[in-house]
Design a protein around this ligand. Structure first.
Ligand code: S3P
Length: 172
């Protein structure tokens, strides 16, 4: 039986998973793992390149392998990619390894946060706000698997970190 002491951040692109995860880990003195960064380091190229050269299914396979591996670790803080928890396999592993926290934000807030960014292949091309709305609707069920949800639309990173610490303290 695995101990459920990891803290895992899920949620859509632009909800603050990486920034919050890094600061949360520093606050708690825990190791921080950003699965997208891990995938890029191991593939020795960017996620945008993986998508354009090998396609999304290849990226999802790398993502599943990374999740399988990091879920063996204990007492870490993990920031996952926005689509990670859509996979049943990933969702099950993540939930078994710790407390899963979903960060959310309004579509408009997400759009403002990601609009100048070109390294998110799923939001490239015309009508990004519509893409955000549609993907949020498609993924709502997957994000609802999290143990708790925090809306980051009006919160700064420190407020989100403090909220997580107070919520997780009651469960771990
Ligand atoms: C994705 C989100 C990205 C990255 C990839 C796919 C998604 O991570 O994993 O571009 O499917 O939502 P962030 O949520 O950290 O931007």
């Amino acid at each position: 039986m695995q101990s459920r002491d990891n803290i895992i951040l899920t949620g859509f692109m632009g909800t603050g998973k990486s920034a919050v995860g890094r600061r949360l880990a520093a606050r708690l003195g825990r190791r921080f793992v950003d699965t997208d960064v891990l995938i890029e380091q191991e593939a020795k190229t960017s996620i945008a390149n993986i998508f354009s050269q090998k396609g999304e299914p290849h990226f999802r396979a790398l993502e599943r392998a990374t999740i399988k591996r990091i879920c063996q670790e204990k007492a870490i803080v993990v920031a996952t990619g926005g689509g990670t928890i859509v996979s049943e396999e990933n969702a099950t592993r993540l939930k078994e390894s710790g407390t899963v926290i979903c960060l959310t934000a309004t579509p408009e807030t997400i759009f403002e946060r990601v609009r100048s960014n070109t390294d998110r292949p799923l939001l490239q091309g015309p009508e990004p706000l519509e893409k955000i709305r549609s993907l949020l609707a498609i993924r709502a069920e997957a994000y609802a698997k999290a143990d708790m949800t925090i809306d980051t639309s009006t919160l700064d990173i420190d407020r989100v970190v403090e909220t997580i610490i107070s919520l997780v303290g009651k469960t771990q």
